[in-house]
Design a protein around this ligand. Structure first.
Ligand code: HMG
Ligand code: MG
Length: 308
């Protein structure tokens, strides 16, 4: 049993931002390792334009061959009806994740249309997901600030959250895309959103650009949120939010909660093993997650001592 849900987005939010494209086989192995570490919700890929995100162009093949993991729900990002057709044809993922931004400029840079137009693209996807019995996660991006426009009003985020639930979303994930938020802001945001939706249907999706994501997770938890998006070893970022770094690292969130007496159901050692494999055998570059780096360093020092 777990007290919180750690929603792993590394295979999607992480790998969409890697300079090199990872093979479909390595993605499948990553997902299998994440599932066996105890993660029960994993965002596996995107059905966006391969011209926009070439790193995830194999989404159809990957979704059609996902590891069989009982109790795990897979989601995939879906920007429009064409993406939803691909999501359904591939099978595998049972939750379609639609997305828009709370600021016009980021929305346009990310999906090439206005917020109002993106809501109209989401409407038929939501209808079809409802008819098909698929889950519908919805992201609102730039909730704590926009890389192009600066401040974003809490009321705009709450209003969009309400619109998304009215359209049929089963969960809304609030994205601090550029990691600019501070704990007080997260508390205010959660309070405003709780007026339009029960917090059990709200997730926080916090990037770590300014090193505050973990403090923001804690603030969100204290304010009543119980689902937190994170990415293995802090992989990730939005290619259309310049300078933004990865999500809060899954290892850091698991360690924070477990040491606070909040059960996550996730095995930290298995996550670290997976990050070592991803860093050494797949990406060939150092991953940023703090707890991951600390545990890896400890293990290496212990191994050296044991050798002599
Ligand atoms: P567009 O160019 O406006 O689309 O892109 P269009 O409808 O005019 O179509 C243009 C071409 O794209 C056509 O092909 C379509 O068939 C094709 P052509 O006739 O030129 O050969 N097309 C597609 N192909 C495959 N799959 C599709 C699809 N749709 C159209 N689904 C579009 C609009 C939304 C497709 C594009 O802007 C796009 O793909 N954007 C995605 C950007 C993205 O993935 N960003 C990162 C994810 S969001 C994120 O990271 C934030 C988040 O983590 C939360 C947070 O951190 O805040 C979620
Ligand atoms: Mg993100």
């Amino acid at each position: 049993m777990s007290d919180v849900c750690i929603y792993e987005v590394g295979p999607r939010d992480g790998l969409q931002n890697e300079p090199e494209t990872v093979s479909t086989d390595a993605k499948r192995e990553l997902i299998a390792r994440l599932a066996s570490a105890g993660l029960r919700r994993i965002e596996v890929t995107s059905f966006v334009s391969p011209k926009w995100i070439p790193q995830l162009a194999d989404g159809d093949a990957l979704a059609a061959s996902l590891p069989d993991a009982p109790g795990v729900r897979y989601s995939a990002l879906v920007p429009n009806e064409k993406g939803y057709q691909r999501f359904r044809a591939a099978g595998g993922a049972s939750v379609a994740a639609v997305f828009l931004s709370a600021s016009e400029t980021h929305n346009r840079k990310n999906v090439n249309c206005s917020i109002a137009e993106q809501l109209e693209r989401i409407r038929p996807v939501a209808l079809r997901a409802g008819a098909d019995g698929a889950g519908l996660r919805a992201y609102v991006s730039t909730v704590c600030g926009c890389p192009y426009e600066g401040a974003v009003a809490v009321s705009a985020v709450a209003e969009l959250t309400k619109r998304l639930f009215d359209l049929g979303a089963t969960e809304v994930s609030l994205g601090d895309t550029i990691g600019i938020g501070v704990p007080r802001q997260v508390r205010d945001l959660v309070r405003a959103v709780s007026v339009v939706a029960p917090l059990e249907h709200i997730a926080l999706h916090l990037h770590d650009t300014y090193g505050r994501a973990l403090a923001n997770v804690d603030a969100g938890f204290e304010a009543g949120v119980r689902t937190f998006d994170s990415s293995l070893a802090g992989l990730g970022g939005c290619p259309y939010a310049p300078g933004a770094s990865g999500n809060v690292a899954t290892e850091d969130v698991v360690d924070l909660f477990e040491r606070s007496g909040v059960a996550t159901g996730v095995d930290l050692d298995a996550l670290v093993d997976t990050s070592i494999w991803l860093e050494d055998a797949v990406l060939g570059r150092a991953l940023p997650g703090r707890v991951y780096r600390a545990v890896r360093g400890l293990r290496e020092r212990e191994a050296q001592r044991a050798e002599g």
